[in-house]
Design a protein around this ligand. Structure first.
Ligand SMILES: *[C@@H]1O[C@H](CO)[C@@H](O)[C@H](O)[C@H]1NC(C)=O
Length: 335
């Protein structure tokens, strides 16, 4: 009688007080995902300086277009009261600065890739993001934007979620999402109604300067209903480990608890990429993650990931989380 009438949330409330003891048990192994920054800091990316300090950039929030955080040991992060992009470029509106990504160039300068609303509007669409580039001597900025965007794809829905990548031979690339769902036909993230639109992840080779495209972008992944991607794939992040390219990405809509982090692997940078189709990070994973995605991974100094998840069930702010990763063969796991 008592047990059948108990609600799941009451059960959680009864069991929760028992957890701290279990967590401090010596049998419990250290590791897993950890809360890195308890503030709205979506789509984090990160870079390590030669001096060993870590810097993270995040989507607009806390009154900044580009947010900046720092860390000495990667585990504990501090939000800095700094505007990463004090001036916007001629091509962009002062709106919707999303998903900044940073890499350190061979000459020691830092290149930021980011997406923002472009002044130019494509056919039949409200959303019109382009990917732009900006440069700084300092990882925390100020980043000076280039006059022209790197990629727009306005006829296909715009370009968002860029992530830089340095290949084993030093060649630079940027991977980004063609934002097809912005020209979708309604429903979940505007792409839940047939005919569904492609939301491809593409790879653009770059010159040594990290900002000039070389040749045309190559499509390396797309959403697929049979793979359980929901309305889209987005937020690509590419790393190379022991000869295997790992392409991390998110599926589903960021405002649903189905939003997650998955990966695909390839033995050559242009693919073909094979989706693993397991959820590397999903709602409910420790420590109570909600919609974990927008991840950035680096594999050049330990395998590390930063990502966001809703701070709490009100789903108003996206906190930054981190973890160590194991990359083994074609298998990625949180350790
Ligand atoms: C991540 O790995 C580093 C060593 O590279 C270790 O010091 C740290 O404790 C690990 N963090 C977690 C959360 O396991």
């Amino acid at each position: 009688m008592f047990l059948t009438s108990i609600s799941p949330s009451t059960l959680v409330a009864l069991v929760l007080p028992l957890l701290p003891r279990a967590l401090s048990s010596p049998l419990m192994k250290r590791g897993g995902s950890f809360l890195a920054l308890h503030t709205d800091f979506p789509d984090p990316s990160f870079v390590k300086t030669p001096e060993g300090k870590w810097f993270a950039l995040g989507t607009e929030g806390n009154g900044k277009r580009v947010q900046v955080a720092e860390s000495d040991g990667f585990h504990s992060w501090t939000l800095l009261d700094i505007e990463g992009l004090p001036k916007v470029a001629a091509w962009e509106e002062d709106a919707q600065h999303f998903a900044p990504d940073v890499i350190r160039r061979d000459d020691g300068k830092y290149i930021m890739y980011y997406s923002a609303n472009s002044k130019e509007v494509g056919p039949n669409q409200d959303d019109h993001h382009c990917v732009g580039t900006a440069i700084s001597d300092d990882p925390k900025g100020p980043y000076i934007p280039n006059d022209k965007p790197l990629a727009c794809d306005l006829d296909k829905g715009g370009a968002i979620d860029p992530a830089g990548f340095r290949d084993a031979d030093g060649t630079l690339y940027v991977t980004y999402k063609v934002n097809g769902n912005s020209i979708g036909h309604g429903g979940d993230c505007n792409n839940g109604v047939d005919p569904l639109v492609p939301t491809p992840l593409v790879l653009q080779k770059l010159a040594k300067d990290g900002v000039t495209p070389v040749g045309d972008p190559v499509q390396i992944l797309d959403r697929n209903t049979a793979d359980g991607d929901g309305p889209l794939v987005e937020a690509p992040s590419l790393v190379l480990s022991s000869g295997t390219y790992y392409l991390f990405y998110s599926t589903h809509c960021f405002n649903e608890d189905t939003y997650d982090t998955r990966y695909a692997t390839a033995s050559s940078i242009n693919g073909p990429y094979t989706k693993n189709n397991e959820q590397l990070l999903k709602t409910g994973d420790s420590p109570r993650l909600i919609s974990p995605g927008g991840a950035t991974v680096h594999a050049d100094d330990g395998n590390r990931i930063l990502f966001h998840g809703w701070c709490d069930a009100s789903m108003k702010q996206r906190c930054m989380y981190g973890a160590n990763l194991s990359l083994d063969g074609t298998k990625a796991s949180i350790v």
